[in-house]
Design a binder for this molecule. Structure first.
Ligand SMILES: O=c1ccn([C@@H]2O[C@H](COP(=O)(O)O)[C@@H](O)[C@H]2O)c(=O)[nH]1
Length: 281
């Protein structure tokens, strides 16, 4: 099954648009594990177990593992997800972007070492920096398009004078992802929940690609507006997947021994809000 089909299948099975972000910060762990980087795997595995039936995807952010020399724990976590939630795809949030020969190594890391189903990439270095990932059949890439942070304006909202119609940079990326760069249907886009109007614009330009949408929860993005702008479905089923990510609001919903239960409650609440938002016009 290719990555897009996995997403749509998880959406159906779990009735969910919620991507559970795995950004483990030992300084924010529950009291009995606090500041212990050796317990990153244990913390994340408990979150996965508590939310396996609620998620359309899991999104481990690699920096939170690498910063603590915990790549081995990330490998174990990926293997655990395969067993605990075999129907839920995993998006490795690595935001890679480099020349082709180096990109080949990053692709190997994401898809062979960690076994991710998709990876996030910066498109800044152009198509040849993305191509090595597309040589893995069935795997997905999510290109940064209109990111959730205010500084995204610095480049993404600037107009490209030399491109016909003078689109903004994020609009140009959306067109490339829908068209010439999407040679084998493996390309999706990252658009921030903090900018619902831009999500709608990206959907106009890229009607069928999957969207990874971080920014609800801790960043304050509007969950309902996000789904209305990005989700495309109807009686015949979903035609374009969206995975709306929340990390800290779920991971740190509780600080006690019942942290996984608290995470589950927050994930349930968010899933419900996102799921219902499909029904509003
Ligand atoms: O535009 C982007 C792209 C990626 N992210 C990542 O998503 C999560 C958000 O975490 P929260 O705790 O829900 O704010 C995090 O891993 C970011 O690196 C993003 O926020 N915005």
């Amino acid at each position: 099954m290719n990555f897009t089909d996995m997403l749509l299948d998880a959406e159906r099975q779990n009735r969910s648009l919620l991507c559970v972000g795995l950004d483990p910060d030992p300084a924010r762990f529950p009291h009995h594990m606090r500041n212990d980087p050796d317990r990153i795997y244990e913390f994340c595995a408990a979150i996965v177990d508590a939310t396996a039936d609620l998620a359309i995807a899991f999104k481990p952010q690699i920096a939170y593992f690498a910063a603590h020399r915990a790549e081995d724990q990330l490998e174990r976590l990926m293997a655990h997800i395969r067993v605990a939630a075999p129907h839920v795809p995993v998006i490795l949030d690595a935001k890679r972007g480099d020349i082709g020969s180096t990109a080949e190594q990053y692709a190997k890391e994401a898809f062979e070492r960690y076994g991710a189903d998709a990876v996030t990439l910066s498109p800044f270095m152009g198509f040849d920096s993305v191509q090595p990932y597309l040589r893995y059949p069935g795997k997905g890439v999510f290109l940064l398009c209109r990111t959730s942070n205010p500084g995204g304006d610095d480049f993404q909202n600037q107009r490209l004078a030399d491109v016909p119609g003078q689109p903004k940079l994020y609009e140009h990326i959306a067109r490339l992802a829908q068209g010439p760069w999407n040679v084998s249907g493996q390309v999706g886009l990252v658009v921030g929940a903090t900018y619902p109007a831009e999500i709608a614009r990206v959907r106009e330009l890229a009607p069928t690609v999957p969207l990874l949408i971080p920014g609800v929860g801790a960043q304050g993005g509007d969950a309902q507006a996000t789904v209305q702008a990005g989700w495309r479905g109807g009686a015949g089923g979903t035609t374009a997947a969206v995975a709306v990510n929340s990390s800290r609001a779920i991971l740190y919903a509780g600080a006690g021994a019942d942290f996984a239960q608290a995470a589950r409650q927050e994930a349930e609440r968010t899933r419900e809000t996102l799921w219902r938002a499909r029904l509003f016009d």
